[in-house]
Design a protein around this ligand. Structure first.
Ligand SMILES: [Zn+2]
Length: 202
């Protein structure tokens, strides 16, 4: 990803690969973040009848933080304070970088914002524990003093949706053996584990 790609994802509607691998249009990350500021504000009547509109302080803080950092980068880079909107400032960023070193640095900074906002909006769901299943590699089902489950299944994509089965993975928390791709379907069938929501390919 480049600086321009990062800015594009932050500011504009953009294409994103869905759980089925098909691209679909999604809103700008900053637009999603602004929506998250007032999560209950979904239509008529909000704020009326004496009920305050609920505010998500973490979303407010994240927006303020991106704006603060962006303005500070502009000051460092061009020694200007620019009273424009967050989106306008971001869109000018690629052409504002004075040299390749600045561009590489801003690439890193904007990717960090993309990652932080994405993680905030769509927290990663925990891996599914495969209770009572024995690891084919170390032959343990539980490990450690607290007898934690060895095998876990990763089946969620970065937006918390069920991923394609081909993207699932199984990991042993004890011996760190890992399986992916077709091996996951084989193992789940061998374990006779009911799979979440979708059928295994035959
Ligand atoms: Zn193991």
């Amino acid at each position: 990803m480049t600086l321009r790609d990062n800015v594009h994802r932050l500011v504009n509607e953009h294409l994103k690969l869905g759980p089925t691998g098909k691209p679909h249009m999604v809103s700008a990350l900053l637009a999603e973040l602004r929506d998250a500021v007032t999560p209950g504000n979904s239509g008529a009547g909000d704020g009326a009848g004496g009920l305050p509109i609920p505010i998500n302080p973490d979303a407010v803080e994240m927006l303020a933080r991106v704006e603060r950092e962006l303005k500070s980068e502009y000051w460092e880079m061009l020694a200007i304070v620019w009273p424009a909107s967050l989106e306008e400032l971001l869109l000018q960023l690629p052409s504002g970088a004075p040299d390749a070193a600045w561009e590489a640095y801003l690439d890193h900074v904007t990717l960090d914002w993309v990652d932080k906002i994405t993680t905030f909006l769509w927290p990663v769901k925990p891996r599914r524990k495969l209770f009572g299943k024995t690891c084919p590699s170390c032959s343990q089902a539980v490990h450690g003093e607290d007898r934690a489950v060895c095998l876990t299944l990763g089946c969620w994509d970065t937006e918390g949706e069920l991923a394609k089965i081909g993207d699932w993975n199984i990991r042993c928390e004890a011996c760190e053996a890992a399986w992916s791709g077709n091996e996951v379907a084989w193992l789940l069938r061998a374990f006779d584990t009911p799979e979440p929501k979708v059928a295994l390919p035959s």
